[in-house]
Design a protein around this ligand. Structure first.
Ligand code: ADP
Length: 449
């Protein structure tokens, strides 16, 4: 049993892990930059270590500093949260080389899935359906043109190392291809240090549906249904729900089993998410995330389980605490990502939170690390909270999220709260009839939120 875990992250996800540790009787160590000395994760953890200046590169992304913090505090394991080093295979290797444990899959699995071309090849071999596209990387514009002409437009050019919605460019017609190709390559190189790109058919009416999987690292695996994350802006999720309004139980079980079997056959350990586009009753794999997702609470809500606790158990070599037949969906859950941004431009709005009041009541969970007087630093992601509601069915969940949003007060900075109030009044959101393009189109026609 681990006695002490270091959390290599900040914000709400650091609190999320600290909470699981505390309930399991495990001590927690927070790390922080100088910009986060007053952050809630530092206050809430049992111990804390300053690991560098405000810039993420020199603090939350500094592997030597994080390893030193482990050695100073005697932490035996590291939970990476999401973002930062959570999908960095070299980090996992260094952790293992120091005789420490990483709470997550092996370096090899992270490496395989972190490269989108290799991930697609691996998944195809494991029987998972993929988006039609190039076989492997595309090096020249001539090659790209040949494939796109054959496949038909629109197409999307993706950086193999891309993530967070970056390194992807759409070519609606042959005229756009050259610019899309060179910009995706340039972005891949400048942001991710790898200019390799590949081509995919650009689907025009899909939903984004992802399957939560969990493996014990010894050939055992389960799926925990799906999350529908179709409401996106710039390929980034804004509002998520589980289950998806578009799937029936038979479809869910079929794709869920395909995913669970795939990760079982590679002895995958811990939490993972297999992301698909879903169009005309077909699933198309796009990528796998080898970590906890931001939107994991909607799955926790409908299954009544603690995914972080489970991650810690599996990292200790213990069996999963549930089997596939134990996992039954109960009700409906919705998550709203609350960002410190001014809508409708979505301009980051760091600053001081003058007043914060979290909503409460039955079926309401607010995961946030802000507090009255908290100064949101400008150096990091603008996510400052997640409002999650759970109710017996979708209609009740919609009513509950509206009620909870009405109680939520964050004064002093601009937030995306007004966006959700406006969205909940929309028919498409009320009926669940939306695709990944719906939100952007709606934003184009509704500049006043
Ligand atoms: P990232 O790693 O940056 O999150 P993903 O491959 O997961 O990138 O894609 C993110 C989003 O981009 C998807 O949810 C979807 O909205 C859009 N997208 C990706 N591939 C396609 C495609 N082939 N057709 C249409 N949209 C796509």
């Amino acid at each position: 049993m681990f006695k002490k875990i270091l959390i290599a992250n900040r914000g709400e996800i650091a609190l999320r892990v600290i909470r699981a540790c505390r309930e399991m009787g495990i001590k927690s160590v927070a790390v922080h930059s100088t910009a986060d000395s007053d952050a809630m994760h530092v206050r809430m953890a049992d111990e804390s270590v300053c690991i560098g200046p405000p810039s993420g590169t020199h603090s939350y992304l500094s592997i030597p500093n994080i390893i030193s913090a482990c050695e100073i505090t005697g932490a035996e394991a590291i939970h990476p949260g999401y973002g930062f080093l959570s999908e960095n295979a070299s980090f996992v290797q260094v952790i293992e080389d120091h005789g420490l444990s990483f709470i997550g899959p092996t370096a090899e699995h992270i490496r395989t899935m972190g490269d989108k071309i290799t991930a697609k090849e691996t998944m195809r071999k494991l029987g998972v359906p993929c988006v039609p596209g190039s076989e492997g990387g595309v090096d020249t514009i001539e090659q790209a043109r040949e494939i796109a002409d054959e496949m038909g437009y629109p197409v999307i050019i993706k950086a193999t190392a891309g993530g967070g919605g970056r390194g992807m460019k759409v070519a609606q017609t042959a005229d756009d291809l050259e610019v899309a190709f060179s910009t995706a390559r340039a972005e891949g190189k400048s942001v991710f240090g790898n200019e390799e790109v590949y081509l995919e058919k650009y689907l025009t009416l899909p939903r984004h549906i992802e399957i939560q999987v969990f493996g014990d690292g010894k050939g055992g695996a389960v799926h925990l249904g799906e999350r529908d994350c179709s409401l996106q802006r710039r390929h980034q999720k804004v509002f998520e729900e589980a289950p998806s309004p578009a799937l029936d139980e038979a479809t869910r079980q079929k794709i869920g089993k395909t995913c669970a079997d795939a990760i079982a056959s590679i002895n995958y350990a811990g939490a993972g998410t297999i992301e698909f586009l879903y169009e005309n009753d077909e699933f198309y794999f796009i990528e796998m995330n080898t970590r906890l997702q931001v939107e994991h609470p909607v799955t926790e809500a409908i299954f009544g389980i603690d995914l972080v606790r489970e991650q810690i158990r599996v990292a200790e070599g213990m069996p999963m605490s549930f089997k596939q037949e134990d996992l039954k969906i109960n009700g409906h859950a919705i998550e709203c990502r609350i960002n410190a941004e001014k809508v409708p431009e979505f301009r980051p709005s760091p600053g001081t939170v003058k007043q914060y009041h979290a909503p409460g009541g039955l079926g309401v969970r607010m995961d946030s690390a802000i507090y009255d007087g908290y100064k949101i630093p400008p150096h990091y992601d603008s996510l400052i909270g997640k409002l999650i509601v759970h109710a017996p069915d979708r209609a009740a969940a919609l009513a509950r999220v509206e009620r909870a949003l009405g109680e939520l007060v964050i004064d002093g900075v601009d937030t995306t709260i007004p966006l959700f109030h406006a969205l909940l009044r929309e028919k498409a959101v009320q009926s669940g009839d939306y695709t990944i393009h719906w939100l952007e189109q709606w934003l184009d026609t509704n500049p006043e939120i």
